[in-house]
Design a protein around this ligand. Structure first.
Ligand SMILES: Nc1ncnc2c1ncn2[C@@H]1O[C@H](COP(=O)(O)OP(=O)(O)OP(=O)(O)O)[C@@H](O)[C@H]1O
Length: 304
């Protein structure tokens, strides 16, 4: 199953917020939809869910027009929409029926999900009496109650402690393993890095980066090295690189723990290592630079 967003534009009152975005998501993989606040992620998801019509462009599934109502979709919106006064199991069954499965099937699914999310003991409690994190887990159970083929999660980890995050991770991974199509929107880069093979970064309504995360990291890390010294601080090391090794490398950045360098044309990692070894720099860390998703995000979606 392949879901394609093709050249989508969306305006609100004449103000265009999506400027022709295109990307695709496939089953058995998770796609991370990233962007700063107001970038256009929720608007994109709402177009997918048929909450809004795009101003132009189309959404296709396996090459045909996609109509959300024809598919089993589990959508966990950022603003959680459940009934505070209703009992947990009762409302999970209600949402299951609402989404086209029988009460019996919904009950079986609800019990299975509650067990996996360790919330069985709250089955007969009113939702509002649960802690925020447990309410969040009920919300995920609601999202998955009809065994959806397409799962769209908007900030599913907000407010969860590490143990509960792990339960959620296990469940989402299980769904990816079952071949579901998962779209995952979050500001928590570590989770995106863990789940998502593919990423799309939206900035001010435009796609600024799109593709396989590992390939992007490899491409952006190409010819880049990290260096740290035992006998010099980062700023001293930068000055040394600019002074002694300027023929071999340029300085492209720094982190608390190391300087990031780029090999200049014609030079190899070995050339640089030989030069450093001959100098008085005592190497603490030396190796290839692999940008984190946070690095990529800040670079692509940060302020100019
Ligand atoms: N119903 C609406 N009417 C008018 N403008 C809207 C509407 N919905 C969204 N927008 C505007 O569209 C732009 C994108 O908003 P959107 O909610 O899609 O961003 P987002 O990437 O999901 O942000 P966040 O990370 O803060 O949730 C914003 O400028 C927002 O004000």
């Amino acid at each position: 199953m392949k879901l394609e967003i093709k050249d989508i534009r969306k305006s609100f009152d004449g103000n265009e917020v999506l400027h022709g975005i295109s990307f695709s998501a496939e089953d058995g993989k998770a796609l991370g939809l990233l962007g700063r606040n107001g970038a256009g992620k929720t608007t994109t998801i709402r177009i997918l869910m048929d909450v809004f019509k795009p101003t132009s462009g189309e959404v296709l599934i396996d090459g045909k027009e996609f109509r959300a109502k024809d598919y089993r979709i589990g959508y966990m919106p950022e603003e959680r929409g459940m009934y505070p006064k209703k009992k947990v199991l009762q409302q999970l069954i209600y949402f299951g029926e609402l989404r086209g499965i029988s009460a019996g099937e919904a009950k079986v699914n609800a019990k299975d999900l509650m067990e996996k999310l360790e919330i069985t003991e709250y089955a007969n409690r009113k939702l509002e009496t649960l802690s925020k994190g447990n309410q969040q887990k009920v919300q995920l159970a609601q999202t998955l109650i009809c065994n959806p083929d397409i799962i769209i999660l908007d900030e599913p980890f907000s407010g969860l402690d590490p143990v509960n995050s792990q339960l959620l991770k296990d469940l989402i991974n299980e769904k990816i393993g079952e071949g579901k199509l998962v779209i995952f929107s979050s500001h928590q880069m570590s989770y995106v890095e863990e789940f998502c093979e593919e990423i799309v970064i939206i900035n001010r309504g435009e796609i600024v980066m799109d593709g396989n995360l590992k390939s992007i990291q490899k491409d952006l890390g190409e010819k880049k090295l990290i260096l740290n010294a035992e006998n010099y601080s980062i700023s001293e090391l930068k000055a040394i690189c600019a002074d002694k090794f300027a023929e071999l490398v340029s300085i492209v950045g720094e982190k608390k723990e190391f300087v990031i360098l780029e090999l200049l044309n014609g030079y190899t990692k070995k050339d640089f290592l030989t030069a450093v070894t001959k100098s008085d720099v005592e190497i603490e860390t030396f190796g290839d630079y692999k940008p984190t998703l946070t690095d990529i995000f800040v670079w692509k979606a940060g302020d100019e």
